[in-house]
Design a protein around this ligand. Structure first.
Ligand code: NAD
Length: 475
């Protein structure tokens, strides 16, 4: 749907009006486009004491072809030379007084060696100097160690504090800048590439204020990604199922997974057959007209996928039937829980039991920030979406033995037919109450799902990633 306020304040006249009235000016977000370079410009790297992730970071920066520069200031020094010889030069923060133009696309800070609260000051030093040099729609990534893996309470405390810094940076930076924290478990360093790429890329335009953990993947990761690996087609040769694929977010997911090389099998209710066929035809995919909540559907899906199996299953289909609980009918409660939650359980049980979902596969479920925060008139919907989060967290350990990951994305306000139906005041509130001051696009959710579906994301499981522009709701 069209956001006319965003369009207006980004026109020459609108920008003048917004400036003179002091109105917020949401940035036109830089999103991924196949015809524009995904990575370019400078990554400025800072680090606290004894950083442990600089080599892994340098590997990724080398791979994606960005230029990295080290940040040097008050006792903080990042080695300029490493085995790739890539960290050359010295980063000088932009200085408004002298008109220095050292603009950078991303600020990455390696906080993995921070062991005490006093050492957090190194983050202050870096971001105090460097933040003003970050381009609009730039990226902030902080790398740390999972607090729960720390050796002692002081280290745990300091690593946990990184969340506060990162989330606040997301709120302060504005200008379409996204800030996220990645906790890398000891031993998982070789598994950071798909995640770091995503958070440095325009693909993560509407993902901010998130904390992601990368664990050591059973079976390892690095060996799959030699020089020949095509990062533009990571799902080549794979089959992916998307439920609710006829329109909205589901159609966008089908599009993005197909663009990354997957053969997509789209499922939607029989009454949406025309739209489903149209979506899948243009992707060279397969349409399956099925109601996911029907008792016979899990077996029908397993049969349709036959011996070829499936690598990626995206549970996207969902409905709302909003009413306060006193006014809600039993049927409205039941159908929302059944379609949004129980159907996912029945389908996964059938596919896992039959071995249709291949070992090393990916399950991604669509939750909602309503499932995190709760929402007036949505006891049924919020229960179903919170249940999805529980399902992901509860199943991850069981699926690890088969190297299958399961994760959830929790969209905030996304511009779809679902949100176009909201009353104007609620819709405007949903759009503006986040760090990006605007709604997200279906493609923002789809790109996040594609990152989780990536073969390189084997160390990311049991997690919930919000695609909400750092919404204040449930923050
Ligand atoms: P949408 O209503 O535009 O699309 C949902 C699709 O699911 C439709 O094509 C519909 O026919 C299909 N579907 C519904 N019931 C089905 C069933 N029983 N079997 C098969 N298909 C079925 O909604 P959307 O905005 O694209 O939302 C997609 C998902 O994202 C949903 O799970 C929704 O709860 C979630 N979500 C959306 C937003 C948002 O802002 N739009 C925010 C948070 C979460």
């Amino acid at each position: 749907m069209n956001d006319s306020y965003l369009n207006f304040v980004n026109s020459p006249l609108g920008a003048r009006v917004a400036r003179s009235l002091g109105l917020p000016k949401p940035e036109v977000l830089r999103r991924y486009r196949a015809d524009a370079p995904e990575f370019d410009g400078i990554v400025a790297v800072g680090a606290g004491p004894a950083p442990q992730l600089l080599d892994a970071l340098a590997d990724v920066v080398a791979h994606i072809g960005m230029t990295s520069v080290a940040h040097v200031s008050a006792g903080l020094w990042v080695p300029l030379a490493n085995r790739h010889g890539l960290m050359t030069g010295r980063f000088e923060p932009a200085d408004p007084a002298t008109g220095s133009q050292a603009r950078v696309r991303a600020l990455v800070f390696d906080a993995s060696g921070i062991e005490s609260s006093a050492q957090l000051e190194s983050l202050y030093t870096f971001f105090h100097d460097a933040l003003r040099s970050l381009d609009k729609c730039g990226r902030i990534v902080v790398l740390g160690r999972p607090p729960e893996a720390c050796a002692n309470p002081r280290q745990w405390t300091a690593q946990r504090a990184l969340e506060g810094v990162t989330r606040s940076l997301g709120k302060e930076a504005r200008r379409g800048i996204a800030a996220n924290l990645i906790y890398v478990s000891p031993g998982a360093e070789s598994g950071i590439e798909s995640t770091l790429r995503f958070f440095l890329s325009p693909r993560s335009a509407y993902v901010s204020g998130q904390v992601v953990r990368i664990g050591a993947a059973p079976g390892g990761i690095a060996q799959h990604f030699g020089q020949d690996f095509d990062w533009t087609q990571p799902l080549a040769g794979q089959r992916a199922v998307v439920t609710g694929a006829a329109r909205g977010i589901g159609a966008a997911i089908a599009n993005v997974l197909a663009a990354q090389g997957a053969h997509v099998i789209g499922i939607d209710i029989p009454s949406a057959t025309d739209a489903l066929d149209a979506t899948l035809r243009q992707l060279g995919g397969t349409a399956l007209a099925l109601d996911i909540a029907a008792p016979e559907t899990p077996a029908q899906i397993a049969a349709a996928l036959d011996e070829l199996g499936v690598d990626v299953f995206v549970h996207n289909a969902g409905i709302t039937k909003d009413k306060t609980i006193a006014k809600m009918t039993e049927a409205a409660w039941r159908s929302v829980i059944d379609i949004n939650l129980s159907a996912q359980e029945r389908i996964d049980d059938a596919l896992l039991e039959a071995g249709t979902l291949r070992d090393g596969g990916r399950i991604v479920c669509v939750s909602s920030i309503s499932g995190i925060a709760g929402n007036m008139g949505q006891t049924n919907y919020a229960a179903s979406k919170a249940g999805v989060i529980g399902r992901v967290q509860g199943m991850a350990p069981y699926l690890a033995a088969r190297r299958i990951t399961i994760n959830a994305v929790a969209p905030g306000f996304i511009e779809t037919q679902m949100t176009a139906k909201m009353p104007l005041a609620l819709r405007e509130a949903g759009r503006r109450m986040n760090s990006m001051s605007q709604g997200g696009q279906p493609a923002d959710v789809a790109q996040t799902i594609a990152w989780l579906a990536h073969p390189g994301s084997a160390g990311v499981t049991g997690q919930v990633v919000r695609v909400c522009g750092q919404s204040l709701i449930g923050a």
